[in-house]
Design a binder for this molecule. Structure first.
Ligand code: PEP
Length: 240
């Protein structure tokens, strides 16, 4: 089994001094730690990470360049030394009205710029209560994924678990990750076997081992608990 991939999403958090946390993460000498700080910290984060932590973006524009005030392209991220980008996070789908077609266009742009791409999917509480979690996640996968598996990672993040302290049961995590694997196999054939699927939503040091121990869970996408080296490294250690 490969080392779990632990990805931190700092969202809109962190001023200059916060890169000391990334330096501390890098100093721990662990493999497979990735962090997406805000755009403003990427260049400094790349320097302090010194290749020991992979630094990425939290979003990118679908276009290579152009008249898009305030936006950042995948090529710009790559130019700063980023190695990946998170696309289709539920906060962007909700706050910025991003639909599956937008997410797919961004994923294609990211791959064209040579970035690995983490495509996020996940249902709301209402959708889960209605028994529609698989239908929603299946539709998001069908509409959001790029055409090839190279550099592709999928993150399953139930919206109701993000930042709430609530998580699905281990059985529910196993069930939906198994469903996602089946969708990947149907779409990409045997190549779908190698696509890493992350779980995200209130992952903490004390629940990481259980959540990441489920079948088809290849790592975690971590929000709040990725902001300090202490808790992020504790999650990585618990994950194995
Ligand atoms: C996230 O925002 O991707 C996330 C999983 O957040 P948290 O870990 O804080 O729930």
């Amino acid at each position: 089994m490969s080392t779990p991939l632990i990805v931190g999403n700092w969202k809109m958090n962190g001023l200059g001094e916060a890169v000391t946390e990334i330096a501390a993460m890098a100093g721990a000498g662990r493999a497979n730690l990735w962090v997406a700080p805000p755009f403003t910290l990427i260049d400094r984060a790349v320097i302090v990470a010194a290749g020991a932590v992979t630094i990425g973006g939290q979003d990118c524009h679908a276009a290579f360049s152009g008249a898009h005030t305030g936006c950042v392209s995948a090529a710009m991220l790559a130019d700063l030394g980023a190695g990946f980008v998170i696309i289709g996070h539920s906060e962007r789908r909700t706050d910025n009205g991003e639909c599956d077609a937008d997410v797919r266009a961004k994923a294609l742009a990211a791959r064209a710029a040579g970035l690995d791409v983490i495509v996020c999917v996940g249902e709301t509480q209402e959708q889960r209560d209605a028994g529609a979690a698989e239908a929603i996640v299946g539709a998001q996968l069908a509409g959001s994924l790029p055409d090839a598996v190279d550099g592709l990672i999928v993150a399953y993040e139930p919206v109701w678990a993000i930042g709430t302290g609530r998580t699905p049961t281990p059985a529910d995590v196993a069930a939906i990750h198994g469903f996602i694997r089946a969708q990947l196999l149907a779409r990409f054939g045997l190549m779908g076997r190698g696509v890493r699927i992350l779980y995200g939503g209130s992952v903490k040091p004390d629940n990481a081992a259980l959540l990441l121990g489920q079948p088809h869970v290849g790592g975690a996408l971590v929000g709040g608990a990725s902001l300090t080296a202490a808790s992020f490294l504790a999650i990585a250690a618990a994950a194995g």
